[in-house]
Design a protein around this ligand. Structure first.
Ligand code: GDP
Ligand code: IMO
Ligand code: MG
Length: 423
């Protein structure tokens, strides 16, 4: 019996979806514990490609139970369309999915509010995914949110929805923005609620009962450590705890029950949206990395900012989340490079540090200190064991692992399920 958590260690898009799919083979139940449809988790199996936003990536393995935990913010329209799409591709979902009755619901007015906040020149632009994440978590904290459990009581749901929608419409009017059509939205919401109602459960009770009966649980994180609302590059963060703490509050699993924490890192770094990125490459080098890694957002299609591996940032994330095993993805993207760099320290106002600063002004001043490696200049795509890797690639990976103080567990050298091996 084990409960294993998996989180992103950088700024998201580390390849969590792929690694979750690999680890699901050894698990019985996969639980998403935070975030919402801002996530875009890609899994490639044979010739098929899937991008999941709300459904746990474990859903792609038949027979496995999946849960959307209480810490997730759930967009009912997105969820219905994702379920329908997978079922059209002959993957059963509804008989294997449980949705927490405590998960907060992302409403269309949250998405409008997210968009308006981003376009207003009164606010700092975060570069959100405009999936309504911030406003939904804000309503949760403000104690005015609507939860999935409300879908089981339609009359009460309608009253709550109309009250909140009217409140938001007043705000939209004050901003000269288009109001939400409350009647039309209610009709659609009711349909989505009826579709999802049979899957709504107390997932906290179910997951703990499954653990007690000896089942293996895999806890699927979304986003990445540096987007965590508490630890990340605030205010350029998402609105949930993407670090391992999110497991306890978002899935209802006690810390003493989490046996291992997988941290997923890319062999370099990417970030999408605004905010500090110390090792970002601005010129041709960054563009080359983006092209080699096909770095475009799985949710919004935006080009991802690209840069070198940041050992300072990753070590901090490993420390806070207690990462016990590393999955390194996209090693193949570096295959053709002459030189590969790793950031091993920062200089701020001429002072050298190996700690990640909290202050946004300090973050903007960082000058990275790099250690340089000669590239291995050969394809790693067909490598299926540590011994198959070129010596220089082994040297690079060993250095990353030592620098960030976490042992290597999985290496990924291509997007496909098959292009992976355990170390
Ligand atoms: P996630 O949000 O962490 O699940 O990551 P995304 O799916 O948003 O982005 C990762 C991208 O890299 C996807 O397009 C994956 O198919 C792809 N990918 C994952 N692992 C590898 C790998 O080892 N090599 C290559 N070339 N692509 C990978
Ligand atoms: P996965 O799970 C990368 C980023 C957005 C923005 C910030 C806040 O695929 O790794 P939000 O919509 O959450 O309010 O946006 O967070 N962001 C992600 N970046 N991968 C993600 O998810 C992300 N989810 C949110 O770009 O900078
Ligand atoms: Mg992604």
């Amino acid at each position: 019996m084990s409960s294993v958590a998996l989180i992103g260690v950088q700024w998201g898009d580390e390849g969590k979806g792929k690694i979750i799919d690999v680890l699901t083979e050894q698990s019985d139940i996969v639980v998403r514990f935070q975030g919402g449809a801002n996530a875009g988790h890609t899994v490639e199996i044979g010739d098929e490609k899937y991008v999941l936003h709300l459904l746990p990536s474990g859903i792609l393995r038949e027979g496995k139970t999946c849960m959307i935990g209480n810490g997730v913010v759930m967009d009912p329209f997105q969820l219905v369309s994702e379920i329908t799409e997978l079922e059209e591709r002959n993957i059963s979902v509804r008989d294997r999915l449980q949705l927490s009755n405590r998960a907060h619901v992302v409403m269309p007015y949250h998405k409008i509010a997210d968009g308006l906040r981003e376009s207003s020149n009164k606010n700092v632009k975060i570069g959100t995914t405009k999936r309504g994440i911030g406003p939904t978590y804000a309503d949760k904290a403000n104690r005015v949110g609507i939860r999935a459990g409300d879908f089981l009581k339609l009359e009460r749901l309608e009253a709550r929805f109309r009250k909140q929608a009217e409140r938001y419409n007043e705000q939209f009017e004050a901003q000269n923005a288009e109001a939400l059509d409350i009647d039309a939205t209610w009709t659609e919401l009711k349909q989505a609620a009826e579709f999802l109602a049979p899957m709504i459960e107390d997932t906290i009770v179910s997951v703990n009962a499954e653990m007690k009966s000896g089942k293996n649980i895999l806890l699927e994180g979304a986003q990445g450590f540096w987007l965590d609302i508490d630890y990340g590059t605030y205010p350029f963060v998402t609105s949930s705890n993407t670090s391992v703490g999110g497991v306890c509050t978002g899935a209802g699993i006690a810390p003493s029950k989490v046996s291992d924490v997988w941290g997923v890192v890319k062999a370099y770094t990417t970030r999408v949206g605004e905010g500090p990125f110390p090792t970002e490459l601005h010129g041709q080098e960054g563009e080359d990395l983006r092209a080699a890694g096909n770095e475009f957002g799985a949710t919004t299609g935006r080009p991802r900012r690209c840069g070198w591996f940041d050992a300072i940032a990753c070590r901090y994330a490993v420390m806070v989340s207690g990462v016990s095993k590393l999955a390194v993805t996209k090693l193949d993207v570096l295959d053709e490079l002459d030189e590969i760099k790793v950031c091993i320290a920062y200089e701020i106002d001429g002072e050298r540090t190996t700690e990640f600063p909290a202050d946004i002004d300090d973050l903007d001043k960082i000058v990275p200190v790099y250690q340089s490696f000669a590239g291995w200049k050969s394809s790693t795509c067909d490598c299926r064991s540590w011994e198959d890797l070129p010596a220089k690639a082994q040297e690079y990976l060993t250095f990353l692992s030592e620098q960030i103080e976490a042992p290597l567990g999985i290496i990924s050298t291509g997007p496909n399920r098959a292009e992976t091996f355990f170390v």
